[in-house]
Write a protein that binds this ligand. Structure first.
Ligand code: WT7
Length: 647
């Protein structure tokens, strides 16, 4: 079958910032002369003290280290806010759409956002928070989340956002790991008409966190929540006393900006640390070129600020570029499956950036929900977080974008800070399902299991052979884990954890994770985390978790559970365990299947043979491979006999 290719639409090649020729030239320069390229590119920011050093990076021991623009100083909110005020202070910075469409939306100008950020920054200072302190933010999708982030950046504090869907335990773990003395939250969150008890979760979490001195509580729903004297303060009462001026803190380019916890294949979630200068360059330059952003356009990234996509493409990238960024509190199918496209029409959104899992869910509801909306304002569509299957791609292209809008399928990771492999809308012919070509300065390579580079067309593990400005700098509190996780598998290379194919045109096709990480609805889950939640239950002896194909979520969670001998597994226990995992981690970790197994397949040395479990999860059991090294091969027969039949 011939491959489908959608050429750059007529008009786009001329109107866009970069056409095919310009992409080739700029890409070549970025690879051959990275110092010169990034020296120029970094001038998109306002620096307080200009940098003289550009790139000081090594992926090799003994001089392993990553630094960009290291002797420059700047402040990120000065770049995201202050510098826009003189000419564009009245431009809308944030267009906020609430969960319930009958509630009024909010328009916050750059002037207003600046004042709000200064007031909140002053409140933080009044509570003793300053340079280098960690601030945990556990907020729903409200403008105050952006205010809190930018206020931290203004005073040099490091924010750590915890997704508001995480459980009290998960929240506590993250507060403890980075030793925050302050938590910013809301009384409740609202999503799809449902209330999320955020303040109650914080109260619960803080029983494990004696170091927290301050809790700032935003009133969102007005629900009655408890207040601890001396510790809890009401957001609005707190900021009312504060001045709307706050000096910026002069930060070094390599000073930390934020920590964001993400799951890996082993252990507890890692605190991915991003620093100031390189991250700001990366978030803003990718936002500008990938979305072909022109000032004045209405841009909407539908991600939650609890994930890196929200950090880089709801808040930092767009605001540094002076954009109008839409922030949506709700979900795609509430009150009905037209919701996204109604918001597009309401605000005249030109650029929409969303996740395949949402598209697949909407696709299932039928085209009519889309067709009854206008969508003429849309000119560009984006996809992020997981592979987009060609069927969903075609639907997005034909039904949502009416064959008028290029789709940018953007591959990147929490660790990369921003987009790495992506089409540029005026430059790249599109192939559905391929993230296509590397962004400027990105040097991808494919290696086989022995670390030998695969040249030309072929398949292998996706690595990066050189640094880019947006790269994470360390794992909070564990620099050795940073090196071990990303740079020890293949000597001198950053290992992404993804498998990938490169075709004859040099297009990259991500095939998915090759480690014990699964991607559920675009959310990254370590199987080890779910396993440790399960074994924490008193009736569970052992557990192994693998991914399984899922029509909407991309991957679902398939858990094998061995109970303690005196326990008889039944339907009630299955339900109890599902509830348990939701409580331990959060609803995003809800197992789709729990299969009780008297034993797990182990080698004689006691190692679980995950390969077999993965095959069962994938319902691909005709060839389980070599099982001769199993201590007890009959275990497999039981697993097969009781496996969940996937339709
Ligand atoms: C993992 C990173 C991208 C920021 C949000 C998720 C998968 C991401 C794509 C894509 C295929 C993708 C990878 C990656 N992934 N984007 N366009 N095509 N796979 O960030 O939670 O750090 O997850 O998401 O497997 O490693 P994350």
């Amino acid at each position: 079958m011939g491959e489908v290719v959608y050429p750059v639409p007529t008009g786009w090649d001329q109107a866009a910032l970069v056409d095919a020729q310009a992409y080739e030239a700029m890409y070549q320069r970025s690879i051959e002369a990275p110092e010169a390229f990034w020296n120029d590119a970094a001038h998109r920011l306002d620096w307080i003290r200009p940098f003289t050093r550009v790139k000081e990076t090594s992926f090799h021991e003994p001089d392993f280290g990553i630094a960009w623009f290291a002797d420059g100083t700047l402040n990120l909110t000065a770049n995201a806010l202050d510098r826009h005020l003189e000419r564009n202070g009245d431009r809308v910075a944030i267009l906020w759409e609430p969960d319930d469409p009958s509630e009024p939306h909010r328009e916050i100008t750059y002037n207003e956002l600046h004042a709000d950020v200064c007031r909140f920054a002053n409140l933080l200072k009044a509570r003793g928070i300053g340079r280098g302190d960690r601030v945990t933010i556990y907020l729903p999708m409200v403008p105050e989340a952006a205010v809190a982030m930018l206020a931290c950046a203004r005073i040099g504090a490091i924010h750590s956002i915890v997704f508001a869907g995480f459980s009290p335990d998960a929240l506590a773990g993250r507060i403890i790991d980075c030793d925050s003395r302050i938590v910013v939250t809301a009384d409740e969150g609202l999503r799809g008409g449902k209330r999320v008890p955020l303040k109650a979760n914080v109260d619960d979490a803080l029983r494990q966190c004696p170091g927290v001195e301050t809790v700032v509580v935003l009133r969102r729903t007005g629900a009655l929540v408890g207040a601890v004297d001396g510790r809890d303060i009401d957001w609005h009462e707190g900021v009312a006393l504060q001045s709307s001026d706050c000096d910026i803190e002069e930060m070094n380019a390599e000073d930390p900006l934020f920590i964001l916890y993400t799951s890996g294949s082993t252990g507890k979630p890692k605190g991915v640390l991003h620093t100031t200068g390189g991250y700001a360059v990366w978030a803003s330059i990718t936002h500008q070129y990938v979305f072909d952003y022109h000032p004045g356009q209405i841009y909407w990234c539908a991600a939650d600020i609890g994930w890196v996509t929200g950090h880089s493409y709801v808040v930092y990238g767009p605001l540094i570029n002076g954009a109008t960024t839409v922030m949506f509190e709700g979900v795609p199918n509430f009150p009905d499956p037209s919701r996204f496209w109604q918001v597009v029409d309401k605000f005249g959104v030109e650029i929409f950036y969303g996740a395949p899992t949402a598209l697949r869910a909407l696709m299932r509801e039928g085209d009519d929900w889309v067709r009854r909306t206008n969508r003429k304002s849309l000119r560009l569509l984006g996809s992020v977080g997981e592979p987009i299957n060609p069927e969903a791609w075609e639907w997005y292209y034909r039904v949502v974008g009416e064959e008028r809008c290029p789709i940018v399928d953007t591959w990147w990771q929490t660790e990369t800070g921003g987009i790495m492999i992506t089409p540029l809308p005026g430059a790249t012919d599109l192939k559905p399902g391929s993230a296509s070509r590397p962004f400027f300065g990105v040097k991808p390579a494919l290696v086989d299991n022995d670390g030998k580079e695969v040249m030309g067309a072929g398949e292998g593990c996706l690595v990066m052979t050189d640094s880019w400005p947006g790269q994470m700098r360390t794992v909070w509190g564990d620099h050795d884990r940073f090196f071990q996780t990303y740079f020890s598998t293949f000597e001198g290379m950053y290992f992404t954890g993804d498998g990938c194919r490169r075709d004859a045109d040099g297009y990259y096709w991500i095939t998915g994770r090759i480690d014990d990480v699964i991607n559920v609805s675009g959310h990254r889950m370590g199987t080890a985390e779910i396993e440790s939640a399960l074994v924490a239950h008193s009736k569970v002896a052992e557990s192994a978790v693998v991914g399984m194909p899922h029509d909407i979520k991309g991957q679902g969670i398939y858990a094998f559970v061995t109970t303690n001998v005196e326990v008889t597994p039944d339907e009630a226990l299955r339900k109890e365990l599902i509830q348990w995992v939701r409580q331990e981690i959060g609803p995003i970790a809800t197992p789709d299947v729990i299969q009780f197994a008297p034993a797990l397949p182990k080698t004689r040395s006691g190692k679980i043979m995950r390969r077999i479990l993965r095959k069962i999860g994938e319902n691909d059991v005709t060839n389980l491979g070599d099982t001769s090294t199993l201590a007890d091969p009959s275990v497999v027969d039981n697993l097969l006999a009781n496996r969940r039949q996937l339709t």
